[in-house]
Design a binder for this molecule. Sequence first.
Ligand code: NAD
Ligand code: TYD
Length: 350
Amino acid sequence: MKKVLITGGAGFIGSHVVRLMVKKYPDFQIFNLDSLTYAGNLANLADIENQPNYHFIKADILDMEVINGLFEKHDFDVVLHLAAESHVDRSITNPLDFIYTNVVGTVNLLNAARKFWQRPFEGKLFFHISTDEVYGSLGQEGLFTETTAYDPRSPYSASKASSDHFVRAYHHTYGLPIVISNCSNNYGPNQFPEKLIPLFINNIIHMKPLPVYGKGENVRDWLYVEDHARAIDLIMQKGKNGETYNIGGHNEWKNIDLIRLMCKIMDKKLGREPGISESLITYVKDRAGHDLRYAIDASKLQSELGWKPSLQFEEGLEKTVDWYLNNNDWLEHVTSGQYQNYYREQYEKR
Ligand code: NAD
Ligand code: TYD
């Protein structure tokens, strides 16, 4: 029996990790700690919320007193730390939020682990979930490996890089057992429609313009969210203390090619004439400091722990589109209210 604390479990990736853990480990107690920002949504977990091994705690990782109290009370064995501000465009508008949650929030959790976990930390693990964006931007060639030097270039990636450094520093300085994973772009059900794929799906449904930044030539390496959750589970079980694991889909797409594929799939699903969705493509002002290309070498995870992605991208994208079309209430709910202000501020000035 283990007690697993998952932070940010009401968000996109966190909710898939929580579901996997709750279903796969009926003997574990799974605690989902989330402050429910705009990105957190308990509806993501409606199907498992009544499971006896699942517990939700509404709390902010910036609230040191509450965090300390929880560590003291529950004596968690494992922390899977996903809570974060996660959207690059928001980090460009408001960097401080990212420093607070991503850096200070992470250090709060590290401090609680260090304070309440018994030395020599037998059976304990602090697993920090991070991003490939800490490595910076690639040219046309090459892949990020675990030894690529950090070169974050957006406030988001700078805050994640900083949190990664703190996690390693706590390992080296205090002997805290840690692992870090750096994953490429995720896609799939429950992703908030501020990120490329769900934002475009929502706009296509409503026949709204599809705002392609710059020339649409930036490249991302896309991974289906459940494959990421499986990798996290595997690293939690078998990852070596102090190590870093890159996770990626071997699946690079130029934005414009991905968008055209998405338009084709959506025309078919919505019974529209071929080409209707593509006609919504609108080139807009580029993102400031827009990283050209991310691509992950995930061979360490494959050779050492035996992980590889399970889904082909076209299949994953169709599943994702189907999910959004079948969950219109979810989409309507998260795109009402504040989202409309966000959308106006981000896109109407462009
Ligand atoms: P998300 O924005 O969908 O969810 C973040 C969750 O954290 C939300 O539920 C939110 O309520 C919660 N949260 C935010 N601030 C909090 C705070 N101060 N206290 C407690 N909870 C708080 O993010 P996501 O896309 O699911 O990403 C999860 C993690 O994975 C992040 O650490 C992110 O950096 C990392 N990651 C994301 C991707 C991606 O493509 N989305 C890729 C690699 C790594
Ligand atoms: P995003 O989903 O924000 O992820 P990240 O920037 O963390 O990789 O964006 C993915 C790519 O899509 C990125 O190159 C920026 C681009 N993009 C657009 O062209 N238009 C948009 O409206 C958004 C949100 C992203």
